[in-house]
Design a protein around this ligand. Structure first.
Ligand SMILES: [Zn+2]
Length: 311
C-alpha cells in the first residue's frame, strides 16, 4: 500500500505541474486593432459595431438585440458581443479547467487590447494567447472568417479574423426573414470557435460540408455544433510542409494537447524579431510558405458546395 502511494504521488505532481505550466487566453476583440500588421488580403477594417450601422429592422431584424424596433450601434452590438462571448465559452467549456479563459474585449472602444494581449503571450512561455478580431470584411464578401492553420502538434499563437459585415450580408441574402438575433450571435460565435480551432491545429473534416454538428465543418452554423470527440479524416498541416494533406484527427484530443502547451510554431519568427535568435533558413522558408498558402481559409463556399445549413 505504501509503495503504491509513493508511486502514485510523483505522477499526480507531474500532471499538476504540467497543467499549471500553461495558461491560455482566447481573446475576442470586437474593435480590430490598428497596431497589428494586417495579414489578410483585401481586408477592410471596421468595428463589430459598424456591422449594425445603417440597418433597420425591416432589412436586418436579426440585429435588433434589445427588441426595441430600432437597430443602433451601441446597445445592440454590446448585447450581441456579450452573447457571442458567452457562446464561445460554451464551445471551450470542457477545456476551462486546463487554464483556458475566453474574454470579450474592446466592445465599443479601441484600446488596442488584442494586440497587447498577443504581445504578452508571444513574450511569455507560460501564457498562450490567441486573438480573434471580429469586424469588417474582405473583398470576397462570401468569406466570413480567416486564420492560419497550425501544424498538427503545434499551436499558432497569432490573431485571426471574423468578418461581421460579411455575416450580416450572408444572413440577408441566404437565410431569409426568420432569423433572430440569437441566430446571428450563434453564427458569429461558431465562426469564432472554428477559426480558433484552425490556430490550435484543427483542419476541415473530409469530406467537408457534410456535418452541421461539427464546428470544424464549413457548414457549421452555430445551431447545434461542437468540437467532436472522435477520430475522423481531416485536412491537416503535417510537419514542416506547406499545404494540407489528409490525416486523422480527434478535435477534442488535439485541443487538450494544445491547451497543455504544445509548441508554438510562431517561435521561429517571434524569436527572430524579439530575441534576435537565429532559425534555420529552411524552417523559416517553410513556415512562410505555409502562412502564405493558408492566408485564405474560407469558411463559406456555399455556391460551390450548394449547401445552406438553415434552409
Ligand atoms: Zn475553416
Amino acid at each position: 500500500m505504501k509503495d503504491q502511494g509513493q508511486r502514485c504521488r510523483p505522477a499526480v505532481e507531474a500532471l499538476e505541474e504540467r497543467l499549471l505550466l500553461t495558461t491560455t487566453r482566447l481573446i475576442i476583440d470586437f474593435t480590430p486593432d490598428t497596431t497589428v500588421r494586417n495579414k489578410y488580403v483585401g481586408f477592410h477594417r471596421r468595428n463589430f459595431a459598424d456591422a449594425f450601422r445603417g440597418h433597420t429592422v425591416a432589412d436586418a431584424p436579426f440585429l435588433d438585440f434589445d427588441g426595441n424596433g430600432v437597430i443602433d450601434t451601441r446597445r445592440d452590438p454590446a448585447i450581441a458581443a456579450a452573447l457571442i462571448t458567452g457562446r464561445v465559452m460554451f464551445y471551450f467549456a470542457r477545456f476551462l479547467p486546463l487554464g483556458v479563459s475566453v474574454r470579450g474585449v474592446d466592445v465599443l472602444r479601441q484600446t488596442q487590447r488584442g494586440a497587447a494581449e498577443l504581445r504578452n503571450g508571444l513574450h511569455s512561455p507560460r501564457l498562450q494567447v490567441f486573438v480573434m478580431y471580429v469586424g469588417g470584411f474582405i473583398n470576397d464578401p462570401s468569406t466570413v472568417g480567416e486564420s492560419f492553420q497550425a501544424a498538427v502538434g503545434f499551436n499558432n499563437e497569432d490573431y485571426a479574423r471574423v468578418y461581421a459585415d460579411a455575416i450580416v450580408l450572408f444572413f440577408q441574402q441566404h437565410l431569409g426573414p426568420g432569423m433572430r438575433p440569437i441566430d446571428f450571435a450563434n453564427f458569429v460565435a461558431s465562426t469564432v470557435a472554428h477559426e480558433f480551432g484552425h490556430m490550435l491545429g484543427l483542419g476541415h473534416p473530409i469530406p467537408d460540408f457534410h456535418d452541421h454538428t461539427n464546428v470544424m465543418d464549413s457548414s457549421g452554423d452555430g445551431q447545434n455544433d461542437s468540437f467532436p470527440d472522435r477520430f475522423y479524416p481531416a485536412d491537416l498541416v503535417q510537419g514542416n510542409v506547406a499545404g494540407t494533406s489528409p490525416g486523422v484527427q480527434n478535435p477534442t484530443q488535439e485541443l487538450f494537447l494544445s491547451f497543455l502547451g504544445q509548441p508554438n510554431e510562431n517561435d521561429i519568427t517571434s524569436d527572430l524579431i524579439s530575441h534576435g535568435k537565429t532559425a534555420s533558413a529552411a524552417a523559416t522558408r517553410a513556415a512562410r510558405a505555409r502562412d502564405e498558402l493558408f492566408a485564405a481559409w474560407e469558411r463559406m463556399e456555399w455556391d460551390a458546395a450548394g449547401a445552406n445549413p438553415l434552409v
